[in-house]
Design a protein around this ligand. Structure first.
Ligand SMILES: [Zn+2]
Length: 327
């Protein structure tokens, strides 16, 4: 079999190695790393077998031998919509009442003594996301994230200082920088039960079964296929990544960052809420321009949904017409 055909036919995880003429595929039962993936993401239990281009087995790999360059995203093989993350969006100044509010002298910035960890933690979160895939990362728990970092050769384990930084970002009280939302999650290790969520096809996102999923499906039925889920269930880890990315995008200003992205313990995405948008509307789905779309106009007429962050809400969060409140 030619190399190309072989790559196509090999299952679930296809691993490319630094040595060009070696190919690895995953097969039945086995090593710790693949068991780990199996446990985390319900892929079949497999072992990593290193083969040459004639498919002859060279050796069975231990986790420390493995350099993962690419993990195929079987969970979401075809994501139709370009993925836009709230954390990546630069703040739109027209959304804030006046210029002074954007950078007032009261604004709180990320502590300089944490800058090193801020940078390295963001980098590691990015590597973990690349490693497990975009969809899986939405629901990954803190402990799973630590394991992935520990057992992947491309990612170094989190240092004590990095762990302390992650904990501080979860457990601090954000009132001091102007965020007044209710605390939603108590423990950084809180897990999302994978039996309680549904994958929403072609979006890369999940919704909690029950009310959230039911309401989303009803919305699509009532409004049409141009309405799309832009963000659903977010684990603590996912929200941490988005929050740190947001802080980075506003030059370390935590006061400004938390107006558009809740700190990790304070997001309702961890328990029920979700964001919707107009297909093909990209970044504009996370700006007030979404309120001008036909989709939003149709949403307003639906009696069974509510908006979490209305104009001048008491949480200190900007107006978010796309964020659907559940409960
Ligand atoms: Zn939201």
């Amino acid at each position: 079999m030619k190399r190309r055909e072989f790559l196509k036919s090999s299952s679930v995880l296809t691993l490319y190695f630094s040595t060009q003429n070696l190919i690895a595929s995953e097969e039945n039962k086995g090593t710790f790393l693949s068991n780990l993936f199996g446990d985390l993401f319900e892929s079949p239990k497999e072992r990593v077998v290193l083969r040459d281009s004639n498919e002859d087995v060279l050796k069975v790999l231990k986790p420390k031998d493995i350099i993962v360059k690419k993990v195929e995203n079987k969970t979401f093989p075809k994501i139709e919509e370009t993925i836009v993350e709230e954390g990546m969006i630069k703040e739109d100044k027209t959304l804030v009442n006046n210029e002074k509010e954007i950078k007032s002298h009261k604004d709180v910035f990320i502590d300089k003594k944490n800058i090193e960890e801020f940078v390295s933690v963001r980098e590691k979160l990015k590597l973990v996301q690349n490693h497990v895939g975009y969809g899986n990362f939405n629901i990954i728990s803190f402990d799973e994230m630590l394991k992935v970092a520990k057992y992947s050769n491309k990612i170094e384990s989190y240092t004590k200082k990095e762990l302390e930084f992650l904990e501080s970002i979860f457990y601090y009280d954000p009132k001091y920088h102007g965020f007044y939302g209710r605390k939603v999650s108590d423990k950084i290790t809180q897990k999302i039960n994978k039996n309680e969520v549904s994958k929403i096809p072609y979006t890369g996102h999940y919704l909690f079964k029950g009310e959230p999923e039911k309401i989303y499906n009803r919305m699509v039925e009532d409004i049409g296929d141009s309405l799309v889920l832009t963000s659903g269930v977010r684990s603590i880890v996912k929200q941490t990544k988005l929050f740190l990315d947001k802080i980075d995008s506003v030059d370390g200003n935590m006061s400004v960052a938390s107006k558009s992205l809740a700190p990790p313990a304070y997001t309702y995405h961890s328990i029920a809420d979700f964001d919707v948008g107009k297909k093909g509307f990209g970044y504009d789905n996370f700006t007030s321009r979404f309120a001008l779309t036909e989709e939003f106009q149709a949403m307003r007429k639906l009696k069974y949904i509510d908006m979490r962050y209305t104009i001048n809400n008491k949480d200190g969060v900007r107006y978010e017409p796309w964020h659907v409140k559940i409960i």
